[in-house]
Design a protein around this ligand. Structure first.
Ligand code: FE2
Ligand code: FE2
Length: 272
């Protein structure tokens, strides 16, 4: 299997089997290339199709109930699946990446596939199957604005995966408090892997700047459209994970103190 076929099957294939395709059969070839390809929407069979229906994430109190735990893991699993598809799309969009960079993207896809499986098996124990609840395409919607590999690393690794450190940390501790050690251990494993994913993005962007202090400006410059660093943090600010991902104190402080002006801008538009 060529790398192109691997990425294309994951992105355009419609079944979960396609999305979870193993990379073991890839025949790595430094000379392999293709024309950049962009798709509007990933392939998805009716069982795992995107839905416009919105459901609420379970509250902290609700997470004492198994079914609600399953629902929370269903949200997390969908994020993993979206990450898998976005990374496959990045491979197809940026054939100019070095072989080493492509291999790192494939390693990241493998880890997201593992996360998906861990969540999927655990939610099954709570009586929930993937596709039981509506699946949103929120993260995917940013793909159309990504036109360079550095924008991709800024959006996916340094924004969404960075925010995921906060969520994974918060929920792993919550499940531990609830006495659900099995789910805690899954979230701990995901958390440790996500630290690596943030670090991989950081290393790529770091190559383009002269010093660690310049990383912040370069990162902001590479966020497309209305996306701001406010999206790079979640429910609880995890300093430890960010530092472990190699973000320097200057970058971490900037993220921590970042205030979004989006609502103000919105209101101005509304008044006109
Ligand atoms: Fe993940
Ligand atoms: Fe990740």
């Amino acid at each position: 299997m060529t790398l192109y076929d691997y990425a294309n099957t994951i992105l355009m294939g419609e079944s979960l089997e396609d999305k979870l395709l193993s990379s073991v059969d890839i025949v790595w070839d430094e000379m392999e290339t293709w024309q950049p390809e962009r798709c509007d929407m990933p392939g998805r069979s009716s069982q795992i199709a995107f839905s416009e229906d919105q459901i609420k994430f379970p509250s902290k109190e609700a997470l004492r109930v198994d079914k609600e735990k399953g629902k929370a893991l269903h949200f997390f699993a969908n994020h993993e699946l979206l990450a898998i598809e976005m990374m496959a799309q990045a491979l197809l969009l940026f054939p100019e990446l070095l072989l080493s960079q492509k291999k790192l993207l494939v390693s990241t896809i493998e880890e997201e596939q593992k996360h998906f499986m861990l969540y999927s098996e655990r939610m099954g124990e709570f009586g929930v199957n993937f596709g039981d609840y509506p699946l949103n395409s929120f993260f995917w919607s940013f793909m159309s604005e990504i036109h360079s590999a550095d924008q991709f690393y800024s959006v996916v690794a340094l924004t969404f995966e960075q925010a995921n450190l906060d969520f994974a940390h918060f929920y792993k501790e919550l499940f531990k408090k609830l006495g659900d050690i099995k789910t805690y251990q899954i979230l701990e494993e995901v958390y440790q892997d996500e630290i690596k994913h943030v670090a991989r993005g950081r290393v790529e962007l770091q190559k383009k700047v002269n010093s660690a202090d310049e990383l912040w400006a370069y990162y902001c410059e590479n966020l497309p459209g209305k996306l701001t660093p406010a999206r790079a943090k979640g429910i609880h600010f995890d300093n430890f994970g960010r530092a472990k991902a190699g973000l320097n104190p200057h970058f971490i402080e900037n993220i921590k103190n970042y205030k979004n002006t989006f609502s103000v801008t919105n209101r101005k538009q509304w008044k006109k």
